[in-house]
Design a protein around this ligand. Structure first.
Ligand code: BG6
Length: 516
């Protein structure tokens, strides 16, 4: 891994919150212990909670003790290193929309710059709810903090959700671009920091043998599944305003589509990679209301038992309106209208409270032109060659094909060629936030989302939201308020999602015949 050589100050807004505590600060700590950060770095936390430096340090230490073990890929926590780390951490209390708070913040930043010789390099991290993105950035600008007066660089990381539809995403972009230049803005999607997600590019473009068959001539269809076992838990307030389509599809799932479907970039740099991602996203067929009805399924989980414990249904969860039509599951038959993918559907699905936590991409190849062994299979589920890229857990890439079962008779069994990250590399991959923080500190925007990219993703998703909205209005007018299909918690989603594939003569991979 590259190392950050220049000293810097990272200012985290929302520093007392869950994301900072569970992800960002552990990631920064781990970068520090891996010697990837320079001596002179400062972490300045800013939030409304009334803390002093020492309270903040205690919060960090408690957080590190807990999360380095549980959530940070089991990496060990070291008291001495953590004690050294927190000496670089400071805290500034303030309100996100108060000029006085930002004046005090500016003074503090300037003092810390001088004390720690940071050369005026500043990374602002907005780990706050989205309703304060605008006030924070406006005040940073008013304070003249959009450019470092000491001559260093200034960058800003914006967390999701970046808007809630195309219009609000455009507004936020317009606002930010009045204050910062595009190359200062790092729109984060933590999926792009996952090793296995980056490996999609290496797998496709670092090898000669896959690219020639990566197209409509050889591929029958693609399935992308991002399933989560847990329900919405205590995030109901946020989730009911978002739903799976905003929370997962617009960002993480569409990023997986872009990396799987994009054309080869001319170089592995921020411009070339993102140009190709935008190109392929622009080829995603936009849906009108009729298209949404035909190609998109949404549903909510009903009560069930998860990990041996009863889980209330979505509509019975705290913070959720009883008549909510928010989706906890989405399946979308996506068509990509370009030469490479014409006629190759991408079936996407994501949901909460599903049978297992798994994120994977299945590339299902066409069957051989002449099925010599056809009579050996059950006719519905004729096996195919499938390439599975497992993002998490048990990160792996697996190719399934048929082999002859040993013995005098011709009998065919599916077998697998498997590459597992754990057994090949024998080391844990770095947490997604670690990689992304490092890249932002190094000024590499390749794994962050560009303005045009986020807007085209929102465009396609907003059309789906509009279609749903129309359906709700029509139902309302007919005096029969819309109710979403339900699926039992701990299942693979509603039967409507199975039907989406079945009518094309296909089935989700969890229904695959045994052994495949
Ligand atoms: C977040 C969503 O962006 O991604 C969460 O807001 C979701 O609802 C999470 O649980 C999934 O991330 P991961 O890395 O656990 O797959």
């Amino acid at each position: 891994m590259k190392r950050v050589e220049t000293p810097f100050q990272i200012v985290v807004f929302g520093a007392s919150g869950d994301l900072a505590n569970r992800k960002l600060i552990p990631a920064l700590y781990h970068l520090a212990t891996e010697q990837l950060l320079p001596e002179g770095f400062v972490l300045l936390g800013f939030s409304r909670t009334d803390y002093g430096d020492e309270d903040f340090r205690t919060l960090i230490l408690d957080g590190l003790r807990e999360h380095m073990k549980d959530e940070h890929n089991g990496k060990d926590f070291d008291e001495t290193q953590a004690a050294a780390f927190v000496r670089n951490c400071f805290y500034q209390q303030g309100n996100y929309d108060s000029k006085e708070s930002f004046e005090a913040l500016k003074t503090r930043i300037t003092e810390l710059d001088a004390e720690h010789n940071t050369q005026g390099n500043h990374l602002f991290y907005l780990a706050t709810p989205p309703n304060v993105f605008q006030p924070i950035t406006t005040l940073l600008h008013e304070m003249g903090l959009e450019n470092s007066q000491a001559g260093g660089w200034t960058r800003i990381i914006i967390e999701k959700p970046f808007g809630r539809d195309l219009h609000s995403a455009q507004q936020l972009n317009n606002h930010l671009l009045k204050l910062f230049s595009e190359d200062q803005i790092y729109r984060i999607d933590h999926y792009l920091g996952k090793e296995t997600v980056q490996n999609i590019l290496v797998f496709r473009f670092g090898n000669g043998i896959f690219e020639p068959i990566w197209n409509r001539n050889y591929i029958d269809h693609v399935q992308i599944t991002v399933a989560e076992k847990l329900g919405v838990g205590d995030r109901g307030g946020y989730y009911d305003q978002a739903g799976a389509i905003r929370d997962m599809v617009q960002n993480h799932v569409m990023q997986l589509v872009a990396l799987t479907a994009m054309e080869p970039p001319v170089a592995f740099d921020a411009k070339a990679v993102r140009d190709q991602k935008v190109n392929v996203m622009q080829s995603i067929r936009p849906l009108d209301a009729a298209g949404v009805r035909k190609s998109v399924v949404r549903a909510q989980y009903a009560a069930g038992t998860v990990n041996g414990k009863p889980m209330p249904g979505y509509l019975q969860t705290k913070g959720i309106a009883k008549d909510s039509t928010t989706d906890t599951f989405v399946a979308w038959k996506m068509e990509i209208d370009n030469w490479r993918w014409n006629g190759v559907p991408f079936y996407l699905r994501t949901g909460k409270a599903m049978q297992t936590k798994v994120s994977q991409i299945d590339i299902i190849f066409r069957k051989p032109p002449l099925l010599l062994f056809e009579n050996l299979y059950d006719q519905v589920n004729l096996p195919s060659n499938v390439l599975t890229m497992r993002i998490q857990p048990d990160e792996s890439i697996c190719l399934s094909f048929d082999a002859k079962r040993p013995g005098p008779a011709i009998a065919v069994d599916p077998v697998q060629m498997n590459f597992s990250y754990a057994s090949s590399f024998g080391r844990e991959s770095a947490d997604a936030y670690e990689r992304l923080l490092l890249d932002a500190l190094l000024g590499d925007g390749t794994l962050f989302i560009r303005r045009d990219e986020i807007e085209v993703a929102w465009d396609r998703v907003t059309r789906i939201l509009d279609g749903w909205h129309k359906a709700e209005e029509t139902a309302q007018k007919a005096g029969e308020p819309l109710k979403l299909p339900q699926y039992p918690a701990d299942s693979w989603g509603p039967t409507e999602a199975d039907e989406l594939l079945r009518r094309d003569g296909k089935y989700w991979r969890n229904e695959a015949p045994k052994g495949q």
